[in-house]
Design a protein around this ligand. Structure first.
Ligand SMILES: NC(=O)c1ccc[n+]([C@@H]2O[C@H](COP(=O)([O-])OP(=O)(O)OC[C@H]3O[C@@H](n4cnc5c(N)ncnc54)[C@H](OP(=O)(O)O)[C@@H]3O)[C@@H](O)[C@H]2O)c1
Length: 323
């Protein structure tokens, strides 16, 4: 099969496309003929060996995909050859075929757009769990979303609007902010051309209820300072490459709460909330209220270019690789 391969750690340009053996099917797994796969920031980090987990080379990157089941292990119930599905795994999605644990596979109704389905898994789920269970966003809340043009950020914008929040999108270009506005952001701040702390002060004089931060770096503290007494700051990722160091006196003075979310830990630690959120989210996707914004589509042969776009923070919404 054709597959993207990371044979040595490094930049996205280390990833090439080659003919390799299809992965063997193990117990509890299904084989998916991949139609589309979406790129996520952690794919870039895994290729660079800078993620919190290390995958031995050579490996095929890619963590979320949509496609058709082509083989099912004997011990798997409830899934069949021919089912349209999405699947998630740490790696393996940027290929013609992928094997995925049955528990990480969700069936899709006939007629689902497989490109959109591939782009829905990681960013929207992360954003929804963050807003619903960690940030506990309520209708009317003032929300600030950093990295609002990226995968997680734009999903948080869209889902925040569906949860009834009023919110401010913070991003680095007119293009990203325009898409955030289309998806419901009412206030837009370009942090490259505006002083973020002053802009938030001016635009939200009563202060913010919740900040969602998938970027970190220099933007985190001014966003945190915009919280009113008792507000909540949710740290989701560090796409800037810098883990922010927040002076704790700000937490004391403002009586705020700093919270964290990590996908893999939330599943096991809050299974009931996880299940409720996942069910709500699938409904939002299937009835067309929460559809990912796909900013760029690449063929499999150009996987490294797709990874490069994400590595540079240039993606608007999701980047999809069509197989
Ligand atoms: N905790 C979890 O479970 C979880 C789940 C999924 C993702 N994440 C993390 O969340 C972060 C965002 O993921 P994503 O998929 O939304 O990424 P993305 O689509 O690439 O968006 C990241 C955003 O970060 C900003 N950014 C600032 N400096 C950057 C830099 N040096 N390089 C790249 N981007 C930079 C960019 O926004 P502006 O230029 O507009 O500021 C960009 O749009 C990543 O760190 C990822 O690992 C965490």
């Amino acid at each position: 099969m054709r597959a993207a391969v990371c044979a040595s750690y490094g930049s996205p340009e280390h990833v090439f496309v080659s003919d390799i053996d299809a992965p063997a099917l193990g117990p509890g797994q299904v084989r998916i003929r991949v139609h589309a796969a979406a790129v996520n920031f952690p794919d870039v980090l895994l290729v660079a060996d800078k993620y919190q987990l290390s995958v031995p080379v050579p490996f095929t990157p890619g963590s979320e995909m949509s496609g058709t089941i082509s083989e099912v292990a004997d011990d798997v119930d409830g899934l069949a050859v021919g089912d349209l599905v999405t699947g998630t795994a740490l790696v393996g999605a940027f290929a013609e075929e992928a094997v995925v644990g049955a528990a990480a596979v969700n069936r899709l109704p006939a007629g689902t757009d497989l490109r959109l389905a591939a782009a829905f898994g990681v960013a929207h789920r992360t954003a929804y769990h963050v807003l619903r269970s960690v940030g506990r966003v309520q209708p009317g809340d003032e929300l600030v979303v950093l990295g609002a043009g990226g995968g997680v950020g734009l999903a948080a914008v869209q889902l925040g609007a569906l949860l009834g929040a009023t919110f401010t999108a913070v991003a680095s270009s007119d293009e990203k902010l325009a898409v955030a506005a289309q998806l419901g952001a009412t206030r837009l701040i370009d942090h490259r051309t505006t002083d973020l702390r002053q802009a938030l002060k001016d635009q939200i004089p009563g202060g913010t209820d919740v900040v969602v931060d998938p970027v970190g770096g220099a933007l985190a503290e001014p966003a945190l300072r915009s919280l009113h007494y008792g507000g909540r700051f949710v740290t989701v990722g560090y796409a800037s490459g810098e883990v922010p160091r927040i002076p704790l006196n700000l937490v004391l003075l403002k009586g705020i709460t700093i919270l964290g979310f990590q996908f893999i830990d939330f599943v096991g630690n809050a299974p009931d909330e996880w299940a409720r959120n996942e069910a709500e989210l699938v409904e939002l996707f299937v009835d067309g209220r929460a559809v990912p914004h796909v900013g760029a589509v690449f063929p499999l042969e150009q996987t490294s270019a797709a990874l490069r776009l994400v590595a540079d923070g240039q993606a608007v919404g999701k980047v999809v690789i069509e197989i």
